[in-house]
Design a protein around this ligand. Structure first.
Ligand SMILES: Nc1ncnc2c1ncn2[C@@H]1O[C@H](COP(=O)(O)OP(=O)(O)OP(=O)(O)O)[C@@H](O)[C@H]1O
Length: 299
């Protein structure tokens, strides 16, 4: 298919290690496959959403492709979700969790072939209020320690060493973070925890399995709660994550729901798709707006 496909790539030039060669190969492969390709580069955070809205208004594009990591994908999705517009993904971020979740190829030529093939799937993003404005996310939101790592992550370190920057920052944060009890409500049911991840998918931080079954293709989330406070519990959770054993930990509870509220007596940080959001209290809910992807296959 795709003879004559009109593709528009929205690229975040600051995502990942900022390598240009893979994107150039991706564009060349799309063109070789018969697509016409327009490329728009973002200039600031939030710009990908503006560009996607503008492209949709123009109405001249069959497929809007987000080239970046989960943050860029989420911004493009913010404009597209709930409309018939198809969205492609070229993984060019640091962790690329959604791309791994959906088995989207990283090799530029294979990624282009998949988009040109007409493959498709639908995912159901989540949403979180950001200063009174709903902000979409595609993979997960974190509250407490993991969000603190994102808040404290030095941008330069991330650019230089990619995902390793998270590990280094996490080790420092483990010593400095003050654990606070989080009051969590999932669809009205009350829990207490010291760290919460609200996840659409199975994966976290790259290829690490945080829960056995994701919910990308349906509304709702897996809510992963660490019930023990402290550095040791957090490091144990980190090790379990590396080994894919989080769901087996005795002090981890995993429940399913569509609306999650988190409060803390002392506000703690929140992150969505690896980007800083703000502080608690926070409400995370199903966006109610499906996203049509031009990649992957329906589960
Ligand atoms: N031109 C830009 N300058 C500065 N920030 C930008 C620009 N374009 C986009 N951004 C912001 O950069 C954030 C991070 O981008 P993105 O998530 O795509 O890359 P990443 O963090 O390297 O990858 P991952 O999320 O997979 O780890 C986005 O959420 C977006 O708000």
């Amino acid at each position: 298919m795709a003879e004559g496909m009109r593709a528009c790539i929205i690229v975040n030039p600051t995502a990942g290690r900022r390598r240009r060669a893979p994107l150039a190969r991706f564009i060349a492969a799309l063109r070789a496959g018969g697509a016409s390709v327009q490329v728009l580069a973002t200039r600031h955070a939030g710009h990908a959403e503006e560009l996607a809205r503008q492209v949709m208004r123009d109405g001249t594009t069959d497929c809007i492709i987000a080239a970046g990591g989960d943050g860029t994908i989420a911004e493009v999705a913010q404009a597209i979700a709930g409309t018939p517009q198809r969205m492609g993904i070229f993984p060019a971020g640091s962790a690329n969790v959604l791309a791994r979740e959906l088995a989207i190829p990283f090799a530029p030529e294979t990624a282009a072939r998949l988009i040109l093939s007409g493959a498709g799937t639908t995912i159901w993003p989540g949403v979180v209020e950001d200063a009174g404005r709903p902000r979409l996310f595609v993979q997960m939101a974190g509250i407490g320690f993991d969000a603190c790592v994102v808040h404290w992550l030095p941008a330069l370190l991330k650019r230089m060493v990619g995902r390793t920057a998270y590990v280094l920052t996490m080790l420092g944060a483990a010593l400095r973070y003050r654990f606070t009890t989080l009051d969590v409500r999932v669809d009205g049911n009350a829990y207490r925890a010291h760290g919460v991840v609200v996840s659409k998918g199975r994966l976290y931080g790259g290829r690490f399995v945080i829960c056995p079954h994701g919910m990308q293709h349906e509304a709702g989330f897996r809510v992963i709660m660490l019930e023990t406070a402290g550095v040791l519990a957090t490091l144990r959770m980190g090790c379990a994550l590396l080994l894919g054993r989080v769901a087996h930990m005795r002090d981890v509870r995993i429940v399913t729901g569509r609306c999650v509220d988190v409060h803390a007596a002392t506000p703690v940080p929140v992150q969505v798709d690896g980007d800083v959001l703000g502080m608690t209290p926070v409400r995370i809910r199903d966006a109610g707006r499906p996203l049509r992807l031009a990649v992957g296959r329906d589960a």
